[in-house]
Design a protein around this ligand. Structure first.
Ligand code: SAH
Length: 184
């Protein structure tokens, strides 16, 4: 058998999302997570998805088109999410950092805008809602974004946020690090 990082993360998120909820995919990419969030929230729910690349919107639209899903695909940086999302009771916000595999490595997420987006996300997340950040590092990505995001998270008030991160001791080639933040 094979356990993918995506399935692993979705198993955690499953417990926090129900039909009718509003969710945000902060890094649309190929739309896998947008699809996942839509399938959980259903036609009565709403998913806002962000990416800075036209190609991500095109691929995601293609993935969702065959299904009845209530998603709004937005061509803009996640750091501007508050401009678009008017709901303030978001149950899940999902980030997949780094670059789009097979795409332009220069169009990767960046420490400063990622942190701005996390801060904006905290304002939209409901109490008991979850933010998931899958941090990719090593290779072209380097370690700057990982270290910057972890440093930012480490100084948050533990009475306001419960934060867990996971690592995979025997996994080769700089495995990604999933981080889960629950707003208390
Ligand atoms: N590294 C992951 C995929 C990350 S995809 C993996 O291997 O599976 C990251 C996506 O974030 C890319 O599609 C990229 O275009 C997008 N992105 C980069 N900067 C962004 C920003 N400011 N706002 C929203 N999306 C952004």
């Amino acid at each position: 058998m094979r356990i993918t990082m995506t399935d692993w993360i979705h198993q955690v998120l499953d417990g926090y999302i129900k039909e009718g909820d509003c969710c945000i995919d902060a890094t649309m990419g190929k739309g896998g997570d947008t699809y996942y969030l839509c399938s959980k929230t259903g036609i009565d729910g709403k998913v806002y998805a962000f990416d800075v690349q036209e190609d991500a919107l095109r691929q995601t639209k293609e993935k969702l088109d065959k299904h009845e899903m209530n998603a709004k695909l937005i061509l803009d940086g996640h750091e501007h999410m508050k401009k678009y999302v008017k709901e303030s009771e978001v149950s899940c916000i999902k980030f997949n950092l780094g670059y789009l595999p097979g795409g332009d490595h220069h169009l990767a997420t960046k420490t400063n805008t990622t942190i701005e987006a996390i801060q904006a996300g905290f304002e939209l997340l409901k109490t008991g809602g979850i933010m998931s950040i899958c941090i990719y590092s090593g290779g072209d990505s380097g370690f700057e974004e990982r270290d910057g995001v972890l440093e930012y998270l480490s100084q948050l008030d533990d009475r306001k946020y419960f934060i867990a991160r996971q690592d995979f001791p025997n996994k080769r080639n700089n495995p990604p690090m999933p981080v889960f933040i629950i707003k208390l």
